[in-house]
Design a protein. Sequence first.
Length: 385
Amino acid sequence: MSYVMNFPTRVVVGAGCIRELPGELHRAGAIRPLLVADRGLVGAGLVRRVASVLEQAGLRFQLFERVDSNPVERNVWDGVEAFRSAGCDAIIGLGGGSPLDAAKAIRLMVHHPPPLSRYEESRGGERHVTAHVPPLVAVPTTAGTGSEVSPSTVIVLDDTGRKTTLASPHLMPQAALLDPELTQELPPFITAATGMDALTHNVEAYVALGSHPFADAVALAGIGRIGRYLLRAVHQGRKDPEAREEMLLASSMGAVAFQKGLGAAHALAHALSPVSGLHHGLANALVLPSVLAFNREVAAGRLADVAVALGYDARAGVQERAAAAVELVRRLKEESGLKGGLADHGVSGEMVPAIIEKALEDPCRETNPRPCGAPELRGLLQAAW
């Protein structure tokens, strides 16, 4: 049985709710969608499953599957061409963060002039984004990025070679379908890496600079869900549909919460992926414990709350709970199967200068609760080595 929420957009939740996709397209006035996915989803049979739902409703669609694991500008322009040449009037984003981000960027550039860098969030690009965008329905197949309820997209730009955030309320999907049946076949590694990405979103949002009580409340709820359900989802797989659904909710919560801001873990992860090729969720998992340990000096109270959300004794002192938060996050990483450090996953010393350079340019660094320049970023990489 599915149910519907309206926060921060229309969200349909429940096993089998993918069958609601034609109705959501109808609500948006669309009859010819571009289905944005990737080759992995084609091979896994998920594209065929969605295609069957559309075909049974008599909807014609155009498939676009040329999306890299870290979306680049070429994916966007190819998608825009596919949209226009097929005469599409809407977009379906199907997949993890990469296809969903690509879908949003394609949506933006269908009716907006290039270059993509014109819309960079950190340079005030939001002011150039208008409401003249086609409808978008987002269907996540991983529980990690929460991109289905986020007004932002992350693309590797040609001119800088770094992951760049483009954001506007006009990029928020009209609807998101959270169907745990689409995530139940995920292998343990992807379940773990995307789950740790969701945890990083929630934790960093809660600890980030600034005041946003609504985001804080959502972040703590998301952290609690991940503490209860991540390992179940990793180790039980398709046998635990409850854990799959709860992780999808926790992932969406992270994206709602991080409108407040993120931190140094994301600044480093955004740099690690284009430089070393690390999966974004894995990159976050590898650096998050060291970043939280670094932030304890100025954010002990916040980290103490994180520990309680993860099940630690609320009667313990603030410093004890703050230290426990770091250890509990490290333990979740290890017990989910993401063992070792950066060097164990192909990051070499020669890559460090480029990683630091890109991390310094990342706006997530600016909302980290403890200032971190090049020396501090180098130290955080060493601690995660």
